[in-house]
Design a protein around this ligand. Structure first.
Ligand SMILES: N[C@@H](CCC(=O)N[C@@H](CS)C(=O)NCC(=O)O)C(=O)O
Length: 188
């Protein structure tokens, strides 16, 4: 059984999407980030960065004590290695998936977050900050568009030839996109 410390945000959805796709049994433990649950000491022991998502795997491969994992990218790789799903074993496919996974967690996620903060939530409207993050987010969406366009045109890279949905597509794609694609095998 996997405990998922979760709140319904894009970072949380990444993990529920994986768990559903892989058919793993899990239990959701809500972390209400609006109410400050992420700062509770018991959560800090699992997620030292005070952010959700995090998981605790009570049935780790090879047995032993339960394993806590924080950071969405690390959780996805952990689950992929645990199940053998969505992360190709071959060197080329694996590196491609990890490239796009790292791209998402280090680029698109944080930049879109800053964009939304300065554009929508900041009490003081700072044109320089808004311009900087809007431009960078647009650039990243352009990168994503070209990647998805290439995949849809059948120009996908080595790992795409293998069956199953891979982790980079899961991270890039939205739930809507997953539902839109008729044949999963056609994806990868
Ligand atoms: N790098 C982290 C980011 C996680 C993250 O930003 N989580 C947000 C919700 S999407 C959060 O917990 N925010 C709580 C806060 O800002 O205090 C990951 O990929 O897991």
């Amino acid at each position: 059984m996997i405990d998922l410390y979760y709140w319904p945000t894009p970072n949380g959805h990444k993990i529920t999407m994986f768990l559903e796709e892989a058919g793993l049994e899990y239990r959701i433990i809500p972390v209400n980030i609006g109410a400050g649950d992420q700062f509770k000491p018991e959560f800090l022991r699992i997620s030292p960065n005070n952010r959700m998502p995090a998981i605790v795997d009570h049935d780790p491969s090879g047995g032993g004590n339960a394993i806590p994992v924080f950071e969405s990218g690390a959780i996805l790789v952990y689950l992929a290695e645990k199940t053998g799903k969505l992360l190709p074993a071959d060197i080329r496919g694996r590196k491609t998936v990890l490239e796009w996974l790292f791209w998402q967690v280090s680029g698109l996620g944080p930049m879109a977050g800053q964009n939304h903060h300065f554009s929508n939530y900041a009490a003081e409207k700072i044109p320089y900050a808004i311009d900087r993050y809007v431009k960078e987010t647009n650039r990243l969406y352009g990168v994503l568009d070209r990647r998805l366009d290439g995949l849809h045109r059948g120009q996908c890279l080595y790992h795409c030839r293998h069956s199953g949905l891979s982790l980079d597509r899961l991270v890039e794609g939205s739930a809507a996109e997953l539902g839109r694609i008729p044949e999963r095998q056609a994806l990868v």
